[in-house]
Ligand binder design. Structure first.
Ligand code: GSH
Length: 303
């Protein structure tokens, strides 16, 4: 069985980033479908509580957040790179701009005015975890949709010199991160994005190119099988606890995310730098796993 495993669900926009990254690198991977709402008990066996989507697993290493997962993919499978020249490492900052307000605008445009009938459990989950109230979303939807149109116009302008991808002639992390915002709009149109790209020819051609990267070679596996893979592997730790951080290696800490009420992940601190957090934690079903996060966007507290 492939030791790379993606935990995701089909309509998750950030999962689309990793599906495309796995496609760009032409990889085989196990694909575990997780629920779109809590509880996610089997995922928590691996992550210790992190419940956002996607999560990437390589043996007993669990990568939370696309930023950590993209780094892991690049380390494990460097060719072809997700950071192609000439933009190179600049893909990181450009990809980061698809988070925050741009993502909120894309979510508002895609699902801000969805009816609550039939989606009560979904909206209750998003309200409890992220403070997204359906009435508030509905009121903000026209503004968010306008912001999203403005974002699409910026993307179209960025591509208007005829470049194939945002960073130049080859696709990279930034393309995947911004493409998912557009791709997510397909949840309400059955995948038809024609109205959004009609007057934006550069954007439309770019979106087609990115979609053609594909998703690599997934094999559906169960959460139990993914847990068995972790249980049969040893975690990998790369890095140190920065002495200037005020924390010590081996200290028990909690890691949680800004703007999210999900259960924090508790573990022994193994890495803490400006780029990375790694915790070691035990669970009877997996033994020891390492849970890796990007530093940006995480809150670390002594337990
Ligand atoms: N910064 C995170 C954002 C992940 C995120 O917001 N994911 C959404 C779905 S695409 C989510 O967690 N929704 C709640 C859930 O899946 O339970 C990343 O880059 O992975």
């Amino acid at each position: 069985m492939a030791s790379l495993i993606l935990h995701h669900y089909p309509t998750s926009p950030w999962a689309e980033v990793l599906r495309l990254a796995l496609g760009l690198k032409g990889l085989d991977y196990g694909s575990v479908e997780v629920p779109a709402t809590l509880p996610k008990d089997e995922l928590a066996v691996l992550t210790g509580g992190y419940a956002r989507t996607p999560v990437l697993q390589s043996g007993a290493d669990i990568f939370c957040d696309t930023a950590a997962a993209i780094d892991a993919l690049e380390t494990l499978h460097p060719d072809p790179t997700l950071f192609p020249a000439p933009l190179g490492q600049g893909h990181r900052l450009l990809a980061q701009q698809a988070q925050g307000p741009a993502f909120s605008a894309a979510v508002g445009a895609a699902i801000g005015d969805l009816p609550t009938e039939g989606l009560e459990a979904f909206w209750a989950d998003r309200e409890k975890r992220f403070g997204l109230k359906p009435a508030g979303m509905k009121a903000a939807a026209p503004h968010l949709a306008a912001q999203f149109q403005a974002h699409l116009a910026l993307l179209d302008a960025s591509l208007s010199d005829g470049r194939a991808y945002l960073g130049g002639p080859a696709a990279g992390h930034a393309d995947l991160a911004h493409y998912q915002l557009l791709w997510f709009q397909g949840v309400r149109t059955g995948g038809d994005l024609s109205a959004l790209v009609a007057d934006r020819p550069h954007l439309g051609a770019w979106a087609t190119r990115v979609s053609e990267i594909g998703h690599g070679r997934p094999t559906a596996i169960s959460a139990d099988e993914a847990i068995a893979v972790a249980s049969g592997a040893e975690p990998t730790i790369r890095g140190i606890v920065d002495p200037a951080s005020g924390f010590e290696a081996g200290q028990i800490v909690w890691v949680s995310q800004e703007g999210c009420q999900d259960a924090p992940t508790k573990g022994r601190l193994a890495v803490l730098t400006d780029r990375r957090i790694s915790l070691l934690r035990e669970h009877p079903r997996v033994g020891t796993v390492a849970v890796h996060f990007p530093r940006f966007g995480q809150i670390v507290r002594p337990a």
